[in-house]
Design a protein around this ligand. Sequence first.
Ligand code: ATP
Ligand code: MG
Length: 425
Amino acid sequence: MAKVKLQSPKGMRDILPEDQRYFKYILKKSDQLLDYYGFERIDTPMVESVELFLRSVGESSDIMEKEIYTLKTKGGDMLALRPEGTAGVVRAYIENGMNVRPHPVKLSYWGPMFRHDQPQHGRYRQFYQIGVETIGDSSEAVDAELIFLGYKLLDMLGLDNYNVHINSLGDSYCRPGYLKALKDYYKNRSKKLCVNCKNRLKINILRLLDCKEAECVELSKEAPQTVDFLDDECKSHFKHVLEFLDEAKVPYILNPRLVRGLDYYTRTVFEFLPDEENSQASVIAGGRYDKLIEVLGGSKTPAAGWAMGIDRVVLALKEKNVNVPEGLPKPKVFLVQLGEAAKRKSINLYESFRKAGIEAKSSIGRDSIKSQLRIANRLGVRLALIFGQKEALDGTIILREMDTGVQETIPLEKIVDEVKKRLKN
Ligand code: ATP
Ligand code: MG
């Protein structure tokens, strides 16, 4: 049979053991912070009905136009791999009757997301997000708390080179006026737009401001700004969010061209971008989405949230050489075993160290003392235990101090206590 070379799908990669510690570190820090702030964990399926994303993310978004992975099940259902987390969380909130819980309902999640993006540095087709949603509270304090948490989390992770870009998109009362002004602006300039934006002009004009093509970025600079069209309520909401941020000492950049790729946002939108000039690789993005719950069949309920790209955080931690703890605790003891009888007894002996809370390692498959001691050396353990044929018969074990090479024979039943005692000194 000819050998086939199997590879992971394009844009999807393995997260190897040596990278797991970054994930562990990020998830641990975010748990610490989000638990304290009262966010409860929720897990939703990785696939949902296509309909859910059509209605939430929006038909004319990049996600629905070109990034969504859909599949038809054998039963004939049309499902999609989730491209983001908010839609599923809101669906779960409605479906599980969470509206009767005390509000706001604060939820967090993490897991893989799938988008048929163009793979490049920090852009994958399966990537990971941590996200938070605060449901059932329209107050400015919620927007500010969410932004504060994003800022704090990056800070706790050791990343201080990100800026919060913030804008307000208004709501369904004042946005139409803005969209009209935008249309007027682009009417005579459409020839200068990229191919995609020529289309967007008709379907979703707001997205022109989100385009990353140079010619569109240039045109957007003179375009009307959302903030000039906000009605009094939206203006006051935005002003208060900024005041809260000032009070919390979160620095921000007002970015009038910031719109988000998804349709569901109202009022506050924000992105955390690295401070290098022209970088478009956001690490956290989010905003308020007061209409979404109604759109998905719930009652009128305001909400806001954000999502952080874990993969981009890992890259940033590596680029900045942030000291991330090793994945596994450093072993202190290595158990060397020789021969059948010793090997058989080693399983229980090794387990007794775990129960005593002592970090030990062993290499149960190996037979040569030399190769096992070499591993012990490489691991940098302080003590090696040598358990051979003779010791297994006598009920003893040899304890060796690795740096001096001094050895002593100890009764087997005393070895855990003896190791404990020596590690204390
Ligand atoms: P971009 O403009 O970079 O495509 P986005 O606006 O599509 O990002 P969101 O939908 O707001 O991204 O997702 C929130 C976060 O998820 C982003 O800030 C980013 O960190 C991360 N993210 C989004 N798409 C990808 C991807 N394809 N690969 C890795 N991370 C991603
Ligand atoms: Mg995108």
